[in-house]
Design a protein around this ligand. Structure first.
Ligand SMILES: Cc1cc2nc3c(=O)[nH]c(=O)nc-3n(C[C@H](O)[C@H](O)[C@H](O)COP(=O)(O)OP(=O)(O)OC[C@H]3O[C@@H](n4cnc5c(N)ncnc54)[C@H](O)[C@@H]3O)c2cc1C
Length: 487
Protein backbone atom coordinates (compact mmCIF):
# COMPACT_ATOMS: atom_id res chain seq x y z
CA UNK A 1 0.00 0.00 0.00
CA UNK A 2 1.41 3.47 -0.81
CA UNK A 3 1.67 5.78 2.11
CA UNK A 4 -0.29 9.01 2.25
CA UNK A 5 1.75 12.00 3.35
CA UNK A 6 -0.06 14.65 5.29
CA UNK A 7 1.66 17.94 6.09
CA UNK A 8 0.72 20.17 8.99
CA UNK A 9 2.20 23.64 8.47
CA UNK A 10 2.38 25.42 11.83
CA UNK A 11 2.24 23.72 15.21
CA UNK A 12 0.45 26.15 17.50
CA UNK A 13 -2.89 25.36 19.13
CA UNK A 14 -4.55 24.69 15.77
CA UNK A 15 -1.88 22.28 14.49
CA UNK A 16 -1.80 20.51 17.85
CA UNK A 17 -5.59 20.18 18.01
CA UNK A 18 -5.68 18.77 14.48
CA UNK A 19 -2.88 16.30 15.21
CA UNK A 20 -4.34 15.09 18.51
CA UNK A 21 -7.90 14.74 17.18
CA UNK A 22 -6.64 12.93 14.07
CA UNK A 23 -4.64 10.36 16.04
CA UNK A 24 -7.49 9.98 18.54
CA UNK A 25 -9.89 9.34 15.63
CA UNK A 26 -7.59 6.73 14.03
CA UNK A 27 -7.00 5.04 17.37
CA UNK A 28 -10.68 4.89 18.34
CA UNK A 29 -11.79 3.62 14.98
CA UNK A 30 -8.97 1.11 14.83
CA UNK A 31 -7.76 2.58 11.55
CA UNK A 32 -4.08 1.77 11.26
CA UNK A 33 -3.49 3.84 8.17
CA UNK A 34 -0.32 3.87 6.14
CA UNK A 35 0.31 7.44 7.04
CA UNK A 36 3.27 9.79 7.26
CA UNK A 37 2.66 13.08 9.06
CA UNK A 38 5.16 15.88 8.45
CA UNK A 39 4.84 18.71 10.92
CA UNK A 40 6.55 22.00 10.02
CA UNK A 41 7.23 24.50 12.82
CA UNK A 42 10.16 26.94 12.85
CA UNK A 43 9.80 28.08 16.45
CA UNK A 44 12.16 26.64 19.04
CA UNK A 45 9.36 26.91 21.56
CA UNK A 46 7.74 24.00 19.81
CA UNK A 47 3.99 23.58 19.72
CA UNK A 48 2.93 26.33 22.06
CA UNK A 49 1.93 28.94 19.52
CA UNK A 50 2.06 32.66 20.00
CA UNK A 51 -0.77 32.96 22.48
CA UNK A 52 0.57 30.57 25.10
CA UNK A 53 4.34 31.06 24.87
CA UNK A 54 4.12 33.78 27.49
CA UNK A 55 6.24 33.06 30.54
CA UNK A 56 4.34 35.38 32.81
CA UNK A 57 2.01 34.25 35.60
CA UNK A 58 -0.02 37.41 35.21
CA UNK A 59 -1.04 36.72 31.60
CA UNK A 60 -4.34 34.95 32.08
CA UNK A 61 -6.41 32.98 29.61
CA UNK A 62 -9.37 35.06 28.53
CA UNK A 63 -11.57 31.96 28.43
CA UNK A 64 -12.46 29.84 31.44
CA UNK A 65 -10.97 26.36 31.88
CA UNK A 66 -14.17 24.70 30.64
CA UNK A 67 -14.09 26.83 27.46
CA UNK A 68 -10.48 25.86 26.71
CA UNK A 69 -9.90 22.47 25.11
CA UNK A 70 -8.08 20.94 22.16
CA UNK A 71 -10.95 18.50 21.67
CA UNK A 72 -14.29 19.62 20.27
CA UNK A 73 -16.04 16.64 21.88
CA UNK A 74 -14.36 16.87 25.25
CA UNK A 75 -14.69 20.35 26.72
CA UNK A 76 -13.21 19.29 30.04
CA UNK A 77 -10.02 17.85 28.51
CA UNK A 78 -7.88 20.77 29.76
CA UNK A 79 -9.55 20.67 33.17
CA UNK A 80 -8.87 16.95 33.54
CA UNK A 81 -5.29 17.42 32.37
CA UNK A 82 -4.81 20.09 35.06
CA UNK A 83 -6.26 17.81 37.73
CA UNK A 84 -4.00 14.97 36.65
CA UNK A 85 -0.88 17.16 36.69
CA UNK A 86 -1.82 19.30 39.70
CA UNK A 87 0.80 17.83 42.03
CA UNK A 88 3.72 18.60 39.75
CA UNK A 89 2.42 22.10 38.88
CA UNK A 90 1.10 23.42 42.17
CA UNK A 91 4.38 24.82 43.54
CA UNK A 92 4.79 27.02 40.51
CA UNK A 93 1.05 27.67 40.03
CA UNK A 94 -0.53 27.93 43.53
CA UNK A 95 -3.72 29.17 41.84
CA UNK A 96 -4.43 25.52 40.98
CA UNK A 97 -5.27 24.85 44.63
CA UNK A 98 -8.72 26.41 44.25
CA UNK A 99 -9.19 25.81 40.55
CA UNK A 100 -12.72 25.24 39.25
CA UNK A 101 -13.97 24.78 35.66
CA UNK A 102 -14.80 28.48 35.61
CA UNK A 103 -11.34 29.74 36.68
CA UNK A 104 -9.20 32.00 34.51
CA UNK A 105 -5.74 30.48 34.71
CA UNK A 106 -2.30 31.65 33.55
CA UNK A 107 -1.94 31.24 29.79
CA UNK A 108 1.37 29.47 30.30
CA UNK A 109 -0.56 26.48 31.69
CA UNK A 110 -2.37 26.17 28.40
CA UNK A 111 1.03 26.16 26.65
CA UNK A 112 2.17 23.27 28.88
CA UNK A 113 -1.10 21.47 28.13
CA UNK A 114 -0.55 21.85 24.38
CA UNK A 115 3.02 20.56 24.61
CA UNK A 116 2.15 17.59 26.78
CA UNK A 117 -0.90 16.61 24.71
CA UNK A 118 1.18 16.68 21.56
CA UNK A 119 3.83 14.43 23.18
CA UNK A 120 1.15 11.95 24.32
CA UNK A 121 -0.34 11.72 20.84
CA UNK A 122 3.06 11.29 19.17
CA UNK A 123 3.46 8.22 21.41
CA UNK A 124 0.05 6.86 20.37
CA UNK A 125 0.87 7.57 16.71
CA UNK A 126 4.01 5.46 17.05
CA UNK A 127 1.98 2.60 18.51
CA UNK A 128 -0.27 2.86 15.44
CA UNK A 129 2.87 2.73 13.22
CA UNK A 130 2.19 6.21 11.92
CA UNK A 131 5.41 8.02 11.04
CA UNK A 132 5.61 11.53 12.54
CA UNK A 133 8.41 13.82 11.33
CA UNK A 134 8.96 17.13 13.09
CA UNK A 135 10.66 19.56 10.75
CA UNK A 136 11.97 22.60 12.58
CA UNK A 137 11.77 24.93 9.57
CA UNK A 138 9.55 27.58 8.04
CA UNK A 139 7.60 26.68 4.92
CA UNK A 140 8.12 29.38 2.31
CA UNK A 141 6.45 27.92 -0.77
CA UNK A 142 4.31 25.10 -2.13
CA UNK A 143 4.80 24.03 -5.75
CA UNK A 144 3.22 21.75 -8.29
CA UNK A 145 5.97 19.65 -9.89
CA UNK A 146 4.84 17.08 -12.49
CA UNK A 147 1.52 16.82 -10.70
CA UNK A 148 3.21 16.19 -7.38
CA UNK A 149 2.78 18.79 -4.66
CA UNK A 150 6.07 19.83 -3.07
CA UNK A 151 6.56 21.81 0.13
CA UNK A 152 9.66 24.01 0.20
CA UNK A 153 11.26 25.24 3.42
CA UNK A 154 13.50 28.20 4.20
CA UNK A 155 16.64 26.04 3.81
CA UNK A 156 15.34 24.91 0.42
CA UNK A 157 14.47 21.39 1.52
CA UNK A 158 11.64 19.80 -0.46
CA UNK A 159 8.93 17.45 0.76
CA UNK A 160 6.36 15.74 -1.47
CA UNK A 161 2.91 15.72 0.07
CA UNK A 162 -0.64 14.50 -0.67
CA UNK A 163 -2.56 16.67 1.75
CA UNK A 164 -1.80 19.94 3.49
CA UNK A 165 -3.25 21.59 6.56
CA UNK A 166 -2.36 25.25 6.91
CA UNK A 167 -2.41 26.21 10.58
CA UNK A 168 -0.02 29.13 10.44
CA UNK A 169 -1.85 31.28 12.98
CA UNK A 170 -1.26 34.89 13.78
CA UNK A 171 0.70 37.45 11.89
CA UNK A 172 1.84 40.41 13.93
CA UNK A 173 0.63 43.74 12.73
CA UNK A 174 3.57 46.09 12.91
CA UNK A 175 2.66 49.59 11.84
CA UNK A 176 6.05 50.75 13.12
CA UNK A 177 8.23 48.68 10.76
CA UNK A 178 10.67 51.50 10.11
CA UNK A 179 11.80 51.36 13.75
CA UNK A 180 12.58 47.61 13.69
CA UNK A 181 16.23 48.39 12.92
CA UNK A 182 16.78 49.93 16.39
CA UNK A 183 17.89 47.73 19.25
CA UNK A 184 15.63 49.50 21.74
CA UNK A 185 12.54 48.88 19.59
CA UNK A 186 10.77 45.49 19.82
CA UNK A 187 8.52 44.56 16.88
CA UNK A 188 6.60 41.90 18.82
CA UNK A 189 5.75 41.55 22.52
CA UNK A 190 6.56 37.85 22.94
CA UNK A 191 8.20 36.05 24.57
CA UNK A 192 8.21 38.64 27.32
CA UNK A 193 11.28 37.20 29.05
CA UNK A 194 13.47 37.97 26.02
CA UNK A 195 12.35 41.59 26.11
CA UNK A 196 12.56 41.94 29.89
CA UNK A 197 16.13 40.63 29.93
CA UNK A 198 17.17 43.35 27.50
CA UNK A 199 15.57 46.27 29.34
CA UNK A 200 17.78 48.17 31.79
CA UNK A 201 16.59 49.15 35.27
CA UNK A 202 15.01 52.58 35.81
CA UNK A 203 13.87 52.85 32.20
CA UNK A 204 10.79 54.49 30.73
CA UNK A 205 9.09 51.89 28.57
CA UNK A 206 6.52 52.70 25.92
CA UNK A 207 4.06 49.93 25.03
CA UNK A 208 2.28 50.68 21.75
CA UNK A 209 -1.25 49.42 22.26
CA UNK A 210 -3.77 49.27 25.12
CA UNK A 211 -5.54 45.96 24.54
CA UNK A 212 -5.03 42.51 26.03
CA UNK A 213 -1.58 41.98 24.51
CA UNK A 214 -0.36 45.37 25.71
CA UNK A 215 -1.82 44.76 29.16
CA UNK A 216 -0.19 41.34 29.48
CA UNK A 217 3.09 42.86 28.50
CA UNK A 218 2.79 45.78 30.93
CA UNK A 219 2.07 43.40 33.82
CA UNK A 220 5.11 41.32 32.94
CA UNK A 221 7.36 44.36 32.62
CA UNK A 222 6.33 45.63 36.04
CA UNK A 223 7.78 42.61 37.78
CA UNK A 224 10.79 44.89 37.55
CA UNK A 225 9.54 47.66 39.84
CA UNK A 226 12.21 50.11 38.73
CA UNK A 227 10.46 50.51 35.37
CA UNK A 228 7.79 53.02 34.38
CA UNK A 229 5.37 51.75 31.77
CA UNK A 230 3.28 53.87 29.39
CA UNK A 231 0.46 52.34 27.40
CA UNK A 232 -0.38 54.36 24.34
CA UNK A 233 -2.91 53.93 21.56
CA UNK A 234 -5.15 56.03 19.37
CA UNK A 235 -8.25 55.60 21.53
CA UNK A 236 -6.67 54.71 24.89
CA UNK A 237 -9.41 52.12 24.97
CA UNK A 238 -8.82 49.21 27.33
CA UNK A 239 -10.79 45.95 27.32
CA UNK A 240 -13.89 45.67 29.48
CA UNK A 241 -13.53 43.61 32.65
CA UNK A 242 -15.05 40.16 32.90
CA UNK A 243 -16.42 39.13 36.28
CA UNK A 244 -18.99 36.62 37.53
CA UNK A 245 -22.55 37.93 37.57
CA UNK A 246 -26.15 36.77 37.60
CA UNK A 247 -27.95 35.61 34.44
CA UNK A 248 -29.65 38.30 32.39
CA UNK A 249 -32.28 37.99 29.68
CA UNK A 250 -31.77 40.82 27.18
CA UNK A 251 -34.68 42.92 26.03
CA UNK A 252 -33.21 44.12 22.71
CA UNK A 253 -29.95 42.19 22.21
CA UNK A 254 -31.80 38.99 21.39
CA UNK A 255 -30.47 36.73 18.69
CA UNK A 256 -33.88 36.78 17.02
CA UNK A 257 -33.47 40.53 16.55
CA UNK A 258 -30.57 39.92 14.20
CA UNK A 259 -32.58 39.70 11.04
CA UNK A 260 -31.40 38.69 7.60
CA UNK A 261 -31.03 42.33 6.57
CA UNK A 262 -29.14 43.51 9.66
CA UNK A 263 -26.69 46.37 9.09
CA UNK A 264 -23.92 47.61 11.35
CA UNK A 265 -25.95 50.72 12.15
CA UNK A 266 -28.91 48.58 13.23
CA UNK A 267 -26.67 46.36 15.32
CA UNK A 268 -25.17 49.38 17.11
CA UNK A 269 -28.66 50.80 17.63
CA UNK A 270 -29.81 47.55 19.28
CA UNK A 271 -26.76 47.54 21.56
CA UNK A 272 -27.41 51.16 22.53
CA UNK A 273 -31.04 50.44 23.39
CA UNK A 274 -29.95 47.61 25.67
CA UNK A 275 -27.45 49.85 27.44
CA UNK A 276 -30.04 52.58 27.90
CA UNK A 277 -32.49 50.04 29.29
CA UNK A 278 -29.92 48.70 31.75
CA UNK A 279 -28.45 51.98 32.94
CA UNK A 280 -31.69 53.97 32.68
CA UNK A 281 -29.66 56.77 31.12
CA UNK A 282 -28.15 57.57 27.75
CA UNK A 283 -25.19 59.31 29.35
CA UNK A 284 -23.61 55.95 30.06
CA UNK A 285 -24.05 54.95 26.43
CA UNK A 286 -22.05 57.92 25.31
CA UNK A 287 -19.40 56.92 27.84
CA UNK A 288 -19.24 53.29 26.82
CA UNK A 289 -19.33 54.07 23.13
CA UNK A 290 -16.90 56.95 23.07
CA UNK A 291 -13.75 56.74 21.01
CA UNK A 292 -11.27 58.28 23.46
CA UNK A 293 -10.65 56.96 26.94
CA UNK A 294 -8.54 57.94 29.88
CA UNK A 295 -7.27 56.26 33.05
CA UNK A 296 -10.33 57.28 35.05
CA UNK A 297 -12.66 55.49 32.65
CA UNK A 298 -10.92 52.25 33.49
CA UNK A 299 -10.67 52.93 37.23
CA UNK A 300 -14.39 53.77 37.38
CA UNK A 301 -15.31 50.62 35.50
CA UNK A 302 -13.13 48.58 37.86
CA UNK A 303 -14.67 50.17 40.96
CA UNK A 304 -18.18 49.46 39.59
CA UNK A 305 -17.21 45.89 38.75
CA UNK A 306 -15.98 45.04 42.24
CA UNK A 307 -18.86 47.00 43.75
CA UNK A 308 -21.29 44.86 41.73
CA UNK A 309 -22.85 47.85 39.96
CA UNK A 310 -21.30 47.39 36.54
CA UNK A 311 -24.33 46.68 34.40
CA UNK A 312 -22.08 45.81 31.50
CA UNK A 313 -21.31 42.51 33.26
CA UNK A 314 -24.87 41.38 32.56
CA UNK A 315 -24.22 41.77 28.86
CA UNK A 316 -20.77 40.20 28.72
CA UNK A 317 -21.75 36.75 27.46
CA UNK A 318 -24.67 37.95 25.35
CA UNK A 319 -22.37 40.41 23.63
CA UNK A 320 -20.15 37.65 22.32
CA UNK A 321 -22.81 35.63 20.53
CA UNK A 322 -24.66 38.77 19.44
CA UNK A 323 -21.63 40.10 17.59
CA UNK A 324 -20.69 36.70 16.15
CA UNK A 325 -24.21 36.17 14.82
CA UNK A 326 -24.41 39.66 13.35
CA UNK A 327 -21.19 39.00 11.46
CA UNK A 328 -22.69 35.88 9.91
CA UNK A 329 -25.55 37.94 8.48
CA UNK A 330 -23.50 40.73 6.91
CA UNK A 331 -22.60 40.93 3.23
CA UNK A 332 -19.10 41.77 1.99
CA UNK A 333 -19.21 45.61 1.97
CA UNK A 334 -20.68 45.60 5.48
CA UNK A 335 -18.13 43.07 6.71
CA UNK A 336 -15.39 45.19 5.24
CA UNK A 337 -16.75 48.17 7.13
CA UNK A 338 -17.01 46.07 10.27
CA UNK A 339 -13.38 44.96 10.07
CA UNK A 340 -12.04 48.39 9.17
CA UNK A 341 -14.19 50.69 11.31
CA UNK A 342 -15.87 48.76 14.11
CA UNK A 343 -13.66 45.77 14.86
CA UNK A 344 -11.20 47.53 17.15
CA UNK A 345 -14.02 49.28 18.97
CA UNK A 346 -16.17 46.17 19.43
CA UNK A 347 -13.35 43.86 20.50
CA UNK A 348 -13.23 45.96 23.67
CA UNK A 349 -16.49 44.19 24.57
CA UNK A 350 -15.60 40.72 23.25
CA UNK A 351 -11.89 40.26 24.10
CA UNK A 352 -12.32 41.17 27.75
CA UNK A 353 -9.97 41.19 30.71
CA UNK A 354 -10.18 38.77 33.67
CA UNK A 355 -10.88 40.47 37.01
CA UNK A 356 -7.51 39.46 38.49
CA UNK A 357 -5.65 41.27 35.69
CA UNK A 358 -7.93 44.30 36.10
CA UNK A 359 -7.09 44.45 39.81
CA UNK A 360 -3.36 44.63 39.07
CA UNK A 361 -3.84 47.22 36.34
CA UNK A 362 -5.89 49.44 38.61
CA UNK A 363 -3.23 49.24 41.35
CA UNK A 364 -0.51 50.19 38.87
CA UNK A 365 -2.60 53.04 37.42
CA UNK A 366 -3.23 54.41 40.91
CA UNK A 367 0.46 54.24 41.84
CA UNK A 368 1.39 55.75 38.43
CA UNK A 369 3.60 52.81 37.53
CA UNK A 370 1.40 52.49 34.44
CA UNK A 371 0.25 55.59 32.60
CA UNK A 372 -2.19 55.69 29.72
CA UNK A 373 -1.75 58.09 26.82
CA UNK A 374 -4.55 58.26 24.27
CA UNK A 375 -4.61 60.12 20.96
CA UNK A 376 -1.43 58.42 19.69
CA UNK A 377 -0.68 59.58 16.16
CA UNK A 378 2.93 58.67 15.49
CA UNK A 379 6.16 57.41 16.99
CA UNK A 380 9.31 59.46 16.69
CA UNK A 381 12.99 58.61 17.08
CA UNK A 382 15.09 61.20 18.91
CA UNK A 383 18.73 62.09 18.32
CA UNK A 384 19.70 60.68 21.70
CA UNK A 385 18.25 57.30 20.57
CA UNK A 386 15.16 57.55 22.74
CA UNK A 387 11.58 57.64 21.39
CA UNK A 388 8.82 60.22 21.72
CA UNK A 389 5.24 60.15 20.60
CA UNK A 390 3.11 62.60 18.74
CA UNK A 391 -0.49 62.79 19.86
CA UNK A 392 -3.54 64.44 18.35
CA UNK A 393 -2.89 67.64 20.28
CA UNK A 394 0.85 68.11 20.44
CA UNK A 395 4.26 66.55 20.40
CA UNK A 396 5.03 65.05 23.79
CA UNK A 397 8.56 66.28 24.23
CA UNK A 398 8.78 65.91 27.94
CA UNK A 399 8.65 62.11 27.94
CA UNK A 400 11.53 60.34 26.31
CA UNK A 401 11.09 56.61 26.20
CA UNK A 402 14.17 54.42 26.49
CA UNK A 403 12.36 51.52 24.85
CA UNK A 404 9.32 51.09 22.61
CA UNK A 405 7.48 47.78 22.16
CA UNK A 406 4.87 47.09 19.49
CA UNK A 407 1.83 45.39 21.04
CA UNK A 408 -0.78 46.54 18.56
CA UNK A 409 -2.16 43.10 17.79
CA UNK A 410 -2.45 41.05 14.68
CA UNK A 411 -3.00 41.52 10.99
CA UNK A 412 -5.50 39.54 8.96
CA UNK A 413 -3.59 40.20 5.76
CA UNK A 414 -1.91 36.84 5.15
CA UNK A 415 0.12 38.19 2.26
CA UNK A 416 2.50 39.90 4.65
CA UNK A 417 3.91 36.42 5.43
CA UNK A 418 6.44 35.02 2.92
CA UNK A 419 4.63 31.70 2.36
CA UNK A 420 1.36 33.39 1.45
CA UNK A 421 3.05 36.19 -0.48
CA UNK A 422 4.73 33.55 -2.69
CA UNK A 423 1.51 31.55 -3.10
CA UNK A 424 -0.40 34.67 -3.97
CA UNK A 425 2.16 36.04 -6.44
CA UNK A 426 2.15 32.81 -8.43
CA UNK A 427 -1.64 32.60 -8.18
CA UNK A 428 -1.43 29.18 -6.54
CA UNK A 429 -3.96 29.92 -3.80
CA UNK A 430 -6.94 32.22 -4.09
CA UNK A 431 -7.34 34.88 -1.43
CA UNK A 432 -10.54 36.65 -0.47
CA UNK A 433 -11.24 40.37 -0.29
CA UNK A 434 -9.54 40.65 3.11
CA UNK A 435 -6.43 38.80 1.88
CA UNK A 436 -7.37 35.81 4.03
CA UNK A 437 -8.13 32.32 2.70
CA UNK A 438 -11.58 31.22 1.56
CA UNK A 439 -12.63 27.84 2.90
CA UNK A 440 -15.81 25.78 2.54
CA UNK A 441 -17.79 24.22 5.38
CA UNK A 442 -15.22 21.39 5.65
CA UNK A 443 -12.42 23.93 5.99
CA UNK A 444 -11.06 22.96 2.57
CA UNK A 445 -9.39 25.89 0.82
CA UNK A 446 -11.38 27.01 -2.19
CA UNK A 447 -9.66 27.59 -5.51
CA UNK A 448 -6.05 26.50 -5.71
CA UNK A 449 -3.73 25.37 -8.43
CA UNK A 450 -1.52 22.79 -6.76
CA UNK A 451 -2.31 19.59 -8.62
CA UNK A 452 -4.44 17.00 -6.85
CA UNK A 453 -3.31 18.05 -3.38
CA UNK A 454 -6.15 18.65 -0.95
CA UNK A 455 -5.54 21.75 1.18
CA UNK A 456 -7.32 22.64 4.42
CA UNK A 457 -6.92 25.65 6.66
CA UNK A 458 -8.38 26.95 9.88
CA UNK A 459 -7.53 29.28 12.75
CA UNK A 460 -6.50 32.93 12.35
CA UNK A 461 -5.73 32.62 8.57
CA UNK A 462 -9.49 32.29 8.22
CA UNK A 463 -11.07 33.90 11.21
CA UNK A 464 -8.80 36.94 11.18
CA UNK A 465 -11.72 38.46 9.34
CA UNK A 466 -14.42 37.16 11.65
CA UNK A 467 -15.59 37.96 15.11
CA UNK A 468 -15.01 35.00 17.38
CA UNK A 469 -14.91 34.73 21.12
CA UNK A 470 -13.82 31.33 22.47
CA UNK A 471 -11.02 30.95 19.96
CA UNK A 472 -9.57 27.67 21.11
CA UNK A 473 -12.96 25.94 21.08
CA UNK A 474 -13.69 27.34 17.67
CA UNK A 475 -10.35 26.03 16.45
CA UNK A 476 -10.99 22.59 18.00
CA UNK A 477 -14.33 22.43 16.18
CA UNK A 478 -12.76 23.32 12.85
CA UNK A 479 -9.96 20.79 13.46
CA UNK A 480 -12.63 18.14 14.00
CA UNK A 481 -14.23 19.00 10.63
CA UNK A 482 -10.85 18.62 8.90
CA UNK A 483 -10.23 15.26 10.59
CA UNK A 484 -13.61 14.00 9.37
CA UNK A 485 -12.85 15.08 5.82
CA UNK A 486 -9.20 14.21 5.47
CA UNK A 487 -9.35 10.51 6.28
C1 LIG B 1 -2.08 37.29 23.00
C2 LIG B 1 -3.17 36.32 22.69
C3 LIG B 1 -3.91 35.76 23.71
C4 LIG B 1 -4.91 34.84 23.45
N1 LIG B 1 -5.60 34.30 24.48
C5 LIG B 1 -6.54 33.36 24.22
C6 LIG B 1 -7.26 32.74 25.29
O1 LIG B 1 -7.05 33.06 26.44
N2 LIG B 1 -8.20 31.81 24.98
C7 LIG B 1 -8.47 31.45 23.68
O2 LIG B 1 -9.31 30.58 23.43
N3 LIG B 1 -7.80 32.05 22.66
C8 LIG B 1 -6.86 32.97 22.90
N4 LIG B 1 -6.20 33.56 21.88
C9 LIG B 1 -6.62 33.21 20.54
C10 LIG B 1 -5.63 32.28 19.85
O3 LIG B 1 -5.48 32.86 18.60
C11 LIG B 1 -6.11 30.87 19.64
O4 LIG B 1 -6.63 30.34 20.83
C12 LIG B 1 -5.01 29.92 19.16
O5 LIG B 1 -3.97 29.88 20.06
C13 LIG B 1 -4.47 30.20 17.78
O6 LIG B 1 -3.68 29.09 17.46
P1 LIG B 1 -3.01 28.87 16.07
O7 LIG B 1 -2.30 27.57 16.13
O8 LIG B 1 -4.01 29.03 14.99
O9 LIG B 1 -1.99 30.09 15.90
P2 LIG B 1 -0.58 30.36 16.56
O10 LIG B 1 -0.61 30.17 18.00
O11 LIG B 1 -0.19 31.69 16.04
O12 LIG B 1 0.39 29.23 15.94
C14 LIG B 1 0.75 29.17 14.58
C15 LIG B 1 2.10 28.46 14.45
O13 LIG B 1 2.41 28.33 13.07
C16 LIG B 1 3.79 28.57 12.89
N5 LIG B 1 3.97 29.04 11.50
C17 LIG B 1 3.55 30.21 10.97
N6 LIG B 1 3.90 30.30 9.68
C18 LIG B 1 4.58 29.16 9.38
C19 LIG B 1 5.21 28.68 8.20
N7 LIG B 1 5.21 29.38 7.07
N8 LIG B 1 5.83 27.47 8.25
C20 LIG B 1 5.81 26.72 9.39
N9 LIG B 1 5.24 27.14 10.55
C21 LIG B 1 4.62 28.35 10.53
C22 LIG B 1 4.13 29.64 13.92
O14 LIG B 1 5.51 29.61 14.25
C23 LIG B 1 3.23 29.25 15.11
O15 LIG B 1 3.91 28.43 16.03
C24 LIG B 1 -5.20 34.49 22.12
C25 LIG B 1 -4.47 35.08 21.08
C26 LIG B 1 -3.46 35.97 21.36
C27 LIG B 1 -2.68 36.55 20.23
Amino acid sequence: MTKTTLSIIGLGAAGTSLFAQLIEHLNKNNKHQELVINVFEPSKNLNVGISYCTDSQTSLLNSTVDRTSLFADNLLHFYKWLQKNKLSLIDKYPVLENMTPSSYLPRKLCGLYLQDTFKQYVKIAKELHIVVNLINEEVIDICNDKNKTVIITNTNKQFITNKIILTTGHIYANPYKEFSQYENFFSAPYPESTIINKIKNNSQVLVLGSRLTAIDLALSLLKNDTLDVYLSSRSGCMPMIKAPCEDYQPIYMKLKNIKQEISIEKMLAIIQKEFIHLYKSDEIVANLMKRHYNENDFLNEYAQTIGGSSKWQLLATIFDSFIEQTWEKLGFPERNDFVNKQHAFLTRFTATMPLDSAKLISQYLKSHKIKLISGLKALQRNQNKTFSIITDEEIINNIQFDYAINATGYSHNLKTQSLYANLSKANKLKFNEYNSLNVDANMEVKGHDLGSCQIFSFGPPIFGTKIIVDFLLFIANDAKKVVQNII
